[in-house]
Ligand binder design. Sequence first.
Ligand code: AMP
Length: 402
Amino acid sequence: MNILVINCGSSSLKYQLLDMTGESVVATGVIERIGEELGSITQKSNPDKYPDAKSVEQLPIPNHEAAMRLMVDKLVGEDWGVIDSLRDIDAVGHRVVQGGEDFSAPALVDKGVIRSIQANIPLAPLHNPANLTGIEIALELFHNTPNVAVFDTEFHQTIPQKAFMYPVPMELYTEFKVRKYGFHGTSHKYVTRTAAAHLGKPVDTVNLITVHLGNGCSMAAVEQGKCVDTTMGLTPLAGLMMGTRCGDVDPAIHAFVAKHRQMSLADVDAMLNKQSGLFGVCGMNDMRDIHAARAKGDDAAQLAFEMFAYRVKSTIGAYLAVLGGADAVVFTAGIGENDEDVRALACQDLEGLGIVLDPEKNGAREPGVRTISGRDSRVAVLIVPTDEELEIAQATQAIVNG
Ligand code: AMP
């Protein structure tokens, strides 16, 4: 079965075609700067076989429909094509950011599902409209093919009310559904299943702390395979410190900055989303640049690094308490998978909580799933490379197979 996974953003479209027989990637691509004067499409065909070969083309891409047609042309085209026709695509899986309280599992797209995604637009005004555009165009292009929506929020729908409610007037929840939703759900779900398999335990018996550290960062407390808390909230601004997002701050900062800088609330919001986090503290948002600057004695870079790891560490402590102990702490995503310094600092001096890293294993640059804790660590520490596209493809396949 060939499954096309689509992640439609406001000005970009990421896609991946997977052959589910061996769960291999047939093609992967990204279309950028949709709606601008000049856009681009980059595709890798059979990347396992030809990892360094890619097609890059620049051309105007006026809208998402043009982008989807371009993707299809590329997938069936003469030079970089990987399939003969659209009929070779058996199902399409769509990433949807916000499913609200309507979706605790992936859903086969029908009119009711589309209405529910629309109804959740106020909770994700930047993302859900773009995701929906992708679905609507795909329904036209692939009209006899099942389309499945997979939500970033669904894994977190098992969080109990005492953890997802905010202590604000109840009407904000009853009228506007203001509550913690959490994001990166496909990643947390994928690494949960993969970590359980690595530990040799059924997924519904494991307690895990999953730590997704990429451009966006979030953690989840997973009890018996189900999410019981997470760090992101109503929006992906909450929780850990991120590349340019502040994470948790005193909520009174909004009013304070608006008053003293004479900024609108929208401008303060943009500042906390785009000019804060690592970037706000040291002017860099890529952890590799921050390490290079630290090595040259940059104090701000050192501070940003320490603040970043401190939040991960304090949340590990909080989630150990929430879970009453864990089988494993699982690091994933760009920083989580690759950055031994962040992992080491986040796990430093946690022997009393049963967490002991093996410095050699932590420093080894090996691909794939691996254990990096020492023999005497009661809690395993793992690296699990995330694969959100595969998670979406597997969920799509499961729905299509009934
Ligand atoms: P992601 O959102 O998962 O693609 O992660 C992107 C982020 O991962 C980048 O902004 C970098 O900060 C970080 N990253 C990627 N590779 C490395 C690396 N080798 N060492 C440290 N950080 C890395």
